[in-house]
Design a protein around this ligand. Structure first.
Ligand code: ZN
Ligand code: ZN
Length: 251
């Protein structure tokens, strides 16, 4: 048994796993479930329903395009309170099994989308990605929650796929307003010129030339954060930037 799984098992015996939505104790000793059966069904009903626009399930929805990216893949729509609570639980606590729940869902979407999903000008197979990276977080948010959940999930997916994880982008100190309560236009303005490549990537400028990059984020709403990241990564020479997110605002 993997050390991590064993640690999780011991941890869950001492601190039993509760459903993140209704707080029912999990019957699964492995602790792999973050949701009880009832809540999982509800989550699938609410968050995995077909897109109203393109009629596809979320992992095949082609409507969520954002500037500078080649394609966006996600297992769930951000719809209903089950998905909201689960995502919040991930943000709030760096618990292995909650991160794993989303990482696995995202990885499965990526596998299903392999060469299927329409990209803008490019279709790509999982094996063609050179790097996995994560969308930057506000410094304040990392301090508040004590960790960067997009980086944790990106590393897990790197483990499943064998695509190298590499931190690329950092948010500047001026990125200090939450996107949450802003309009589409305000969100785009709020992130403009607030991100930059890490110094060691800037110094090593050839590293992104002609590369295919997969960027991990939690919830995509208007896509302005991803668009800004993709713009920077492409300016540094990357051939394509695809995004893999936990959930996308419902269309
Ligand atoms: Zn429940
Ligand atoms: Zn759609």
């Amino acid at each position: 048994m993997q050390i991590k799984k064993l640690t999780a098992k011991i941890f869950n015996t001492i601190f039993p796993v509760k459903c993140v939505c209704c707080k029912t104790l999990s019957e699964n000793a492995e602790g792999a479930d973050i949701l009880c059966e009832k809540c999982r069904e509800a989550l699938n009903r609410e968050a995995a329903q077909n897109c109203k626009k393109c009629k596809n399930p979320p992992y095949l929805c082609i409507c969520k395009w954002t500037e500078h990216t080649n394609g966006i893949i996600f297992p769930y729509f951000y719809s209903g309170n089950k998905i909201r609570r689960s995502i919040y639980a991930v943000k709030k606590a760096n618990l292995y099994y909650i991160n794993e729940f989303f990482a696995k869902g995202m990885y499965n979407s990526l596998r299903i989308c392999d060469r299927i999903k329409m990209g803008v000008g490019a279709k790509i197979g999982i094996n063609e990605f050179d790097y996995i990276t994560n969308a930057p977080r506000r410094g304040e948010s990392i301090r508040l929650y004590g960790y960067n959940q997009t980086a944790v999930i990106a590393k897990m997916i790197s483990g499943y796929t064998n695509i190298a994880y590499i931190p690329l982008i950092k948010a500047s100190k001026e990125y200090n307003t939450e996107q949450k309560n802003l309009s589409r236009q305000e969100r785009a303005l709020n992130v403009r010129d607030k991100f930059k490549l890490l110094k060691k990537i800037q110094k090593n400028s050839g590293i992104l030339k002609g590369k295919n990059v997969l960027i991990i984020d939690d919830v995509i709403t208007t896509g302005s954060t991803l668009a800004e990241c993709a713009r920077i990564i492409k300016e540094a020479g990357a051939k394509s930037v695809f995004a893999l997110c936990a959930a996308a605002a419902f269309m």
